[in-house]
Design a protein around this ligand. Structure first.
Ligand code: FPP
Length: 243
């Protein structure tokens, strides 16, 4: 189907406010072509850029989160980790003006302290340069883990001296690193595995999950729109009885 026709169809019904993406399959994409894993990540970064540009331009979804590096990814070879960090730093430095002009506001979810100093500096710069933007909120989950995030919320609650009676689902939610974002309505995972891999845990409570075998470098705007259409066909009852 034509992208424009799909877009017009999608705008007739409620769209998700927040879509989170687990970008999996870069390594397999490269392996299938006899290329080094780094090439898969490079192509993955290009696919990410294309999708972000498209999403910002079409203004379909106000919040997108990208799971770029998990707390478990430290177990990868040092060379691969360094390559991923350099891709991200490059992206932030070279595309900052473009991001800012496209109306994108960057958010960072994750334990920044453990990242290389140069990457931290690029992140800080990008966060402040895009602070005033409103067209697309782009959260990058970097050194992020769902369990880490919950523990971080607990640490903040303890640091603020909150008593047991003051802790409610709503007050706790605001203490989470994702507290400034709406809850994800849709989580898309590419690459064929059907699991959350310690991504959003608390936040995923009522998210719709969409799994596709497409490897991340091949995931384009059209398939993103097809995932949104699939989302629109689902009945969300949040635990209530369906009428
Ligand atoms: C999973 O593929 C992908 C990652 C661990 C990294 C995701 C990062 C990118 C797509 C680059 C992000 C860049 C920007 C600019 C945000 P995998 O290596 O686990 O693939 P495999 O399961 O096939 O081995």
């Amino acid at each position: 189907m034509e992208i424009d026709q799909l877009l017009a169809e999608l705008r007739q019904k409620p769209l998700p406010r927040h879509v989170a993406l687990i970008m999996d399959g870069n390594g397999r994409w490269a392996k299938a072509r006899g290329l080094p894993r780094s090439e898969g990540h490079r192509q993955g970064a290009l696919a990410t850029e294309r999708l972000i540009r498209f999403a910002a331009e079409k203004k379909l979804v106000p919040y997108i989160t990208l799971f770029a590096f998990s707390t478990e990814n430290w177990a990868r070879p040092r060379q691969e980790i360094e390559f991923l960090f350099s891709l991200l730093e490059d992206f932030l430095r070279k595309k900052l003006r473009e991001l800012a002009e496209a109306g994108i506001r960057l958010w960072l979810l994750g334990d920044m302290d453990k990242l290389p100093g140069r990457l931290q500096a690029a992140i800080r710069e990008a966060l402040s340069a895009t602070e005033g933007n409103r067209d697309l909120n782009l959260a990058v989950a970097l050194n992020f883990g769902g369990r880490w995030a919950i523990l971080e919320g607990v640490r903040r609650a303890l640091a603020q001296g909150l008593g047991p009676e003051e802790l409610t689902e709503e007050s706790f939610r605001k203490l989470l690193p994702t507290g400034g974002l709406p809850e994800p309505d849709l989580i898309i995972r590419t690459g064929g595995h059907q699991r959350l891999s310690n991504f959003f845990l608390w936040e995923a409570a009522y998210a719709e999950l969409y799994f596709t075998p497409t490897l991340w470098p091949d995931f384009g705007p059209e398939e993103f729109l097809l995932a949104l259409r699939d989302f629109q066909g689902r009945t969300r009852n949040f635990g209530r009885a369906v009428e």
